[in-house]
Unconditional design. Structure first.
Length: 369
């Protein structure tokens, strides 16, 4: 047998092991048979590569893989408090959201057992019950840049024990970025949604739809149309990517959206979202966040310890507002990151092992001060 034939046989075995849907499995078997027929035709190499890439995508998608949810509200609050200072109204709303999700999933499990016990219940009835039980409000975190929208979505994923995937919408100019391209194009690619599921390795990750208000103006309508399909539980049970050309059930994925404002979001999309306003941080809150959250994290990433770097308390008020008002902490994070890099370089260059930033020497460490 040739090396290509061995590869095809390995793919056939994986096709059975991965429990790919039967109809799609038959299609893939036909693709693999075609490879064997044309493997000795040197003019077909590009076509064979396209087939192998398609089969690889089919086999790498999490058709049946899922993580078990952890819906412990006490644990969730601990995680939210660990990663986020303040934001109490937002945290309360998220805990309410998780409570509703917990009750819905418990209801779904109970009804599923009842339905399975009655063989006369048809598939359509089962599906409608599943949709009803899995339905949960879809959060949309709305706020200015740097107010913690993305990190909050990560914390929700961590609290639930689910994988986290971010799909960036900022500047997106084609709905095919989400839905994929037809395989008739030689450079066709699968869409960002199924790419995200492959990256997560499960069919029930937290999918963050980031900055859905910042898509390109000319294709806004088309992209919003795909968003409606993604967020509607009656449609996302059979989401069809043009590249895969087969329905994939997204109903177990948990969607969270973010936006800077809701002005540019289509009404049909907004109707499926529950906006949560992210407040701007006060200077006092920024000081606590920078001192107790941001700086320790960045120091750890830079290989620094508390003995290597400390900052005088008198520095913080000016540090959080060096160039005027900023609603979030993005600029502050960049300043802290620059400080940590500079101290790390000074240690490596042998200029010392312990540095303290004071009003007298602050210009040496932070140029924007």
């Amino acid at each position: 047998m040739s090396k290509l034939s061995d590869e095809v046989e390995a793919l056939r075995k994986k096709l059975v092991d991965d429990k790919v849907p039967k109809e799609l499995s038959v299609r893939v078997e036909g693709n693999l048979d075609e490879i064997i027929r044309i493997e000795h035709d040197i003019t077909s190499r590009a076509h064979i590569d396209q087939i192998l890439r398609y089969v690889d995508w089919v086999l790498s998608l999490p058709w049946n893989n899922r993580t078990n949810d952890v819906l412990d509200l006490t644990r969730a609050r601990e995680i939210l408090n660990k990663h986020h200072y303040g934001l109490e109204p937002v945290k309360v709303r998220i805990l309410e959201y998780l409570a509703i999700l917990k009750l819905n999933l418990e209801r779904w499990d109970a009804e599923k057992k009842t339905l399975e016990a009655h063989e006369k219940v048809d598939v359509e009835s089962k599906l409608s019950h599943a949709i009803l039980a899995r339905r949960a409000p879809i959060l949309c975190l709305v706020g200015l840049v740097g107010t913690g929208k993305t990190t909050l979505a990560k914390s929700i994923a961590e609290a639930m024990g689910r994988r986290y995937v971010r799909i960036p919408f900022g500047g997106m100019s084609d709905a095919l970025d989400l839905r994929g391209q037809s395989r008739v194009r030689p450079d066709a690619e699968i869409g960002l949604v199924l790419k995200g599921l492959r990256f997560a390795g499960t069919k029930n990750p937290v999918l963050l739809l980031d900055e859905i208000d910042r898509v390109a103006e000319g294709t806004r309508g088309d992209i919003m149309g795909v968003l409606v399909e993604l967020l509607d539980p009656e449609q996302n049970v059979a989401f069809t990517d043009h590249y895969l050309d087969y329905p994939f059930d997204l109903s177990e994925a948990l969607f969270i959206a973010t936006a800077n404002n809701t002005t540019n979001i289509a009404t049909a999309v907004l109707d499926r979202l529950e906006p949560i306003q992210m407040p701007s941080y006060s200077d006092e809150e920024k000081i606590v966040i920078a001192r107790d959250y941001v700086l320790p994290q960045l120091m750890g990433e830079s290989g620094l310890t508390k003995e290597n770097l400390s900052i005088d308390e008198a520095i913080w008020p000016k540090l959080v507002r060096p160039l005027g008002y900023d609603a979030g902490i993005r600029s502050l994070e960049r300043t802290m990151n620059s400080l940590c890099r500079k101290v790390a370089r000074m240690i490596v260059e042998g200029k010392g092992k312990s540095f303290r930033v004071t009003p007298e020497n602050v210009k040496e460490f932070i140029e924007s001060y």
